[in-house]
Design a protein around this ligand. Structure first.
Ligand SMILES: [Zn+2]
Ligand SMILES: [Zn+2]
Length: 217
């Protein structure tokens, strides 16, 4: 399992980075990104700490541990600058918290995250064909999620992504240890989103590609 969207107690997750990494290892993970919620108030507080934890824990764990960020509920016009700031502080993978159908995310967030070149647009809700086409062109991955609530629109996201050729990844958006899943569970969630068998290995490979890209940055 590769999981590129998780939270620690540096935002609203319940685990320290050290415990999240250990739990992920025990759940059979090969790679994990820690992507806490960020806006302009905390990006400079959290990213360096997640970078420090990722660097040190990597020396003692066979897991690939990627320091990341999830830009969350920020006015769309500010998203580009914050992605840049997170990357400058050492985030190797930046997610924009997309227009999930279960939170009042500001309309235009999906578009802004794609235009700004986030690595992943998480739970993009009722994403449009136009935005998905732009995601395909810009190489921004669209997320299929294991998270309750956000996952309501998985079927729509999968349909639009497949129609436009946009890249998909599957993540858990874990906030607690019981949210971690294995690859078989991930496969079932992808199937439940209406994704045919032949596309599923590609989706797993997309996550691997993002891990490799994060390692090069
Ligand atoms: Zn959260
Ligand atoms: Zn999240």
């Amino acid at each position: 399992m590769i999981d590129l969207h998780t939270h620690t107690l540096f935002s609203d997750g319940v685990l320290l980075p050290s415990e999240l990494v250990q739990r992920a290892f025990c759940a059979g993970y090969k790679a994990i990104a820690m992507t806490d919620h960020m806006d302009m108030s905390n990006v400079d507080f959290i990213v360096p700490r997640i970078v420090e934890a990722s660097n040190v824990l990597s020396e003692y764990s066979p897991l690939k541990i990627i320091p990341g960020a999830e830009i969350t509920h920020v006015p769309p016009k500010l998203i580009g600058k914050l992605i840049e700031k997170a990357r400058n502080l050492g985030a190797k993978l930046v997610i924009v918290h997309g227009e999930t159908v279960v939170e009042p995310v500001i309309p235009g967030t999906n578009r802004a995250g794609i235009e700004a070149g986030a690595d992943i647009l998480s739970h993009p809700g009722l994403i449009s064909i136009e935005d998905s086409t732009l995601a395909m062109e810009k190489g921004v991955a669209l997320e299929i999620t294991a998270r309750k609530g956000h996952s309501l629109s998985n079927g729509h996201v999968a349909k639009i992504a497949m129609a436009t050729g946009a890249t998909m990844v599957i993540n858990t958006d874990s906030h607690a240890p019981e949210d971690l899943i294995n690859r078989e569970r991930a496969r079932i969630i992808l199937q439940a989103a209406g994704i045919p068998e032949e596309n599923i290995e590609t989706i797993f490979a997309n996550s691997k590609n993002l891990v490799d890209k994060a390692g090069r940055n």
